[in-house]
Write a protein that binds this ligand. Structure first.
Ligand code: ATP
Ligand code: MG
Length: 187
């Protein structure tokens, strides 16, 4: 099964960002981007890819331990950015260092449980808003979010999420995320 480890902002924070992105949908070419639905926005802390179901007990054990080692902390959604002209995202500010430590622990725990997690790339907290094929410049979209600052919220929970990629062939169908387990951070 395809798995990733994530943190999900509260719906109030996602609603603020959704309001801010409403303007982006009016930009030219917005219809050529594949937009992620606000109720699916999340921070991916570690991407595990295909994981054998038999690894789940040890994986959940190790992720739970990783969660309990790091304190609950505060973030706010802020600014837009892009990975080239492929991915448009919203960033975060606040205790991003704590979030980064949590991400490192989650990746290390998953690797020790036998998941083939990629720990080579630096952690860059972001919520993916839209994906493009490369023929649309994402610069104006990122710039339109430059002044966005959301309200602070508490990050208190780490989640293990299953992703089911679109399989039905229905155009525009999005992957389905399902939270398999969640742990409170240290309080
Ligand atoms: P789609 O692949 O259809 O665009 P998706 O990216 O949301 O949808 P997944 O590919 O299952 O669904 O990814 C789940 C999460 O993991 C997303 O946040 C995605 O950005 C992230 N992710 C996917 N692949 C990688 C990767 N190779 N490295 C880091 N993060 C990844
Ligand atoms: Mg993907």
């Amino acid at each position: 099964m395809r798995l990733f480890v994530a943190v999900t902002p509260p719906s109030s924070a996602l609603a603020e960002l959704a309001d801010a992105t409403a303007l982006l949908h009016a930009l030219p070419d917005a219809g050529r981007l594949r937009w992620a639905a606000p109720d699916t926005w999340h921070f991916t802390l570690a991407f595990l890819g295909e994981v054998d179901e038999g690894l789940l007990p040890e994986l959940t054990e190790r992720l739970g331990r990783a969660a309990h080692r790091h304190p609950a902390h505060e973030l706010w959604l802020a600014r837009g950015g892009r990975f080239g002209d492929r991915v448009l995202w919203a960033g975060a500010e606040g205790d991003v260092g704590v979030l980064g430590e949590l991400a490192r622990s989650a990746a290390a725990g998953a690797r020790r449980a036998g998941a083939g997690v990629d720990e080579s790339r630096a952690f860059h907290p972001h919520l993916t808003l839209a994906r493009a094929t490369g023929r649309v410049s994402l610069r104006p979209y990122a710039e339109a979010l430059a002044d966005f600052r959301g309200s602070p919220f508490r990050v208190g929970r780490l989640e293990l999420v299953r992703s089911r990629l679109p399989g039905s062939g229905v155009p525009g169908e999005r992957p389905r995320y399902e939270t398999l387990a969640a742990w409170d951070l240290r309080t």
